[in-house]
Structure formats: structure tokens, C-alpha cells
Design a protein. Structure first.
Length: 287
């Protein structure tokens, strides 16, 4: 092959390589959920690049992707309660980088946003809130502590990052403290049970008193009614009469009923179809 042809092929190959290199370094792609920070020869552009395809200056310009998706990071905090008990809290922090902070974070802060900005402030907020309550209250009021620590952490971080939520997964106490809290809870349950038994006994006693008062009042009313209406006794006797005329023999105040009336009453009671019993004839017995 002639030298001129070889030189021409080499030149074409070099040109193709340069074109490919320029095309690859002159374009960029920002993936969904990310924003691009443009850096040209060490200078950061104040405007971020949105997701999608774009062109840039070859070789001298680089696009650095920054995630704006919500992220979850695990962390733990060593705290001391108001009664100087050591408490370890395991938690998860949900956070994200707002679009307005993409360039600032890249330019002014080093490392991962969570490690450098969020974790220290969340731990500080938790320690401040735990220090205001006893160990037992920390266990009981974990949701309240989480809410207050979240608000305090947001104030400390500001608008640079967005902390969506703090999830307290576990609160670990010392073995001695756990035993003491458990024993106290058992005592409280036993005291509550004793109080319930006492209250129930008091209610039953009050109920008995109320029933006795009601019965006494009922007896008083019936006695007063009998006193005011003597004929009411006769009406009750007639209502309870079984059809048999009693034979009463006694003093002059008692009644002596004739035997024929007694036989007639017994005969009518044995034969219900017969006519009603005649009026009872009463005669005062004489001595």
C-alpha cells in the first residue's frame, strides 16, 4: 500500500477518534431523581442541570449528579436521662435534598449530607430531649420525645436539608434499670387491682344500702296505706281466698261459722261448675 494511502487512513482514524471523544465528552445525561452540578475548569455553575440529556463543553466541563430522592439512614444515639441513666436509642432518619440546596451542598459541604449535617444534629436534639425526662418516662413517652426531637432537629438544620421523619426503632436500657422498671410496673398493677377490688366492694355496699332504704320506704308506705284504709286488708284476704271457708273457734272476738256453710264451701270448691258460693254468714260466738 502506498505511503500516502496509509497516512490518509491513519488521519481518518484519528479524526473519527477525536469526533467520538468530543461527542462523548460533549454530552451528558442526568438520571431521574437526580440533579446535575456543572463544573467548568474548577468553576461551579450557580444553576443545576435538570434530569435528561444535554450538551456541555467537551473535556473541560463535568456534570456531577446529586440525588434529590428521599433517603433513609440508620443511626444510634447515646443519651442520658434526667436521673442519669444511660439510654441507647436506635433510629432511622428519612431525609432528602431540596433542589434549591443542590449547588450549595456540592460547593460548600464535604462528604455525605447525612453524615456531615443531619446525624450530628439529630443526635444532639435527641440528647437534649431525653435529658429532660427520667428513664421510665423516656420509655413511656417515646412518641412525644420523637416529635419534639424532630422539630428541634429541623430548626438546627434549617432549610438546607429536609428531614421528613425520625423513627425510633428501639430504646435499650441497662439490665438493672429494666429490672427496676419491671418491678415497679408489677407493683403498680397490684395496687390498681387492690383499688379496683375496694371500689367494687364499696359499690356493692352502697347498692345494699340503697336497696335496704327502698325496702324500708316500701314497708312504711304499705303500713301507712293499711292504716289509712283498713278495708284494704279485707280486699287482700278475698284476693287470696282459695274457696274454703275457715272454721274459727275462739274468744268472743272470733267468728264461729256454721258447719253447713263449711260443707257448702267445700262442695263448691270440689265442683267449680256449680254456682258461686253464698255469702258467708258470720255469727258472734258467745261464751
Amino acid at each position: 500500500m502506498p505511503p500516502r494511502t496509509v497516512a490518509r487512513l491513519i488521519g481518518i482514524a484519528i479524526l473519527v477518534f477525536v469526533v467520538v471523544l468530543m461527542a462523548s465528552s460533549g454530552t451528558y445525561v442526568v438520571h431521574p431523581g437526580y440533579r446535575g452540578v456543572e463544573v467548568t475548569m474548577g468553576k461551579v455553575s450557580p444553576v443545576f442541570k435538570p434530569e435528561g440529556f444535554g450538551l456541555k463543553a467537551p473535556v473541560i466541563t463535568a456534570i456531577h449528579p446529586i440525588s434529590i430522592r428521599q433517603q433513609t439512614a440508620e443511626d444510634k444515639a447515646e443519651c442520658y436521662s434526667a436521673d442519669l441513666q444511660q439510654i441507647q436509642i436506635q433510629l432511622r432518619v428519612l431525609f432528602r435534598v431540596p433542589e434549591s440546596s443542590v449547588v450549595t451542598l456540592f460547593q460548600d459541604y464535604d462528604g455525605e449530607p447525612f453524615e456531615s449535617l443531619i446525624a450530628p444534629r439529630v443526635q444532639e436534639a435527641l440528647k437534649e430531649e431525653v435529658a429532660l425526662q427520667s428513664a421510665e418516662q423516656v420509655v413511656k413517652n417515646r412518641e412525644q420525645i420523637k416529635t419534639k426531637a424532630l422539630d428541634l432537629a429541623r430548626k438546627k438544620i434549617g432549610g438546607l436539608l429536609v428531614v421528613e421523619d425520625i423513627v425510633i426503632e428501639n430504646i435499650t436500657l441497662t439490665r438493672e434499670l429494666e429490672s427496676a422498671i419491671e418491678a415497679k410496673m408489677v407493683q403498680e398493677q397490684e395496687a390498681a387491682k387492690s383499688k379496683y377490688v375496694q371500689q367494687r366492694a364499696q359499690i356493692e355496699a352502697d347498692t345494699s344500702v340503697i336497696q335496704a332504704r327502698g325496702e324500708a320506704e316500701s314497708i312504711r308506705i304499705r303500713g301507712q296505706a293499711l292504716k289509712d284504709n283498713p278495708a284494704f286488708v279485707d280486699l287482700k284476704i278475698v284476693d287470696k281466698w282459695d274457696g274454703l271457708t275457715p272454721l274459727v273457734i275462739g274468744s268472743s272476738d272470733n267468728m264461729l261459722l256454721q258447719l253447713q256453710d263449711l260443707e257448702r264451701a267445700r262442695h263448691q270448691n270440689a265442683n267449680p261448675a256449680t254456682q258461686p258460693a253464698p255469702a258467708v254468714q258470720r255469727r258472734t260466738a258467745t261464751r
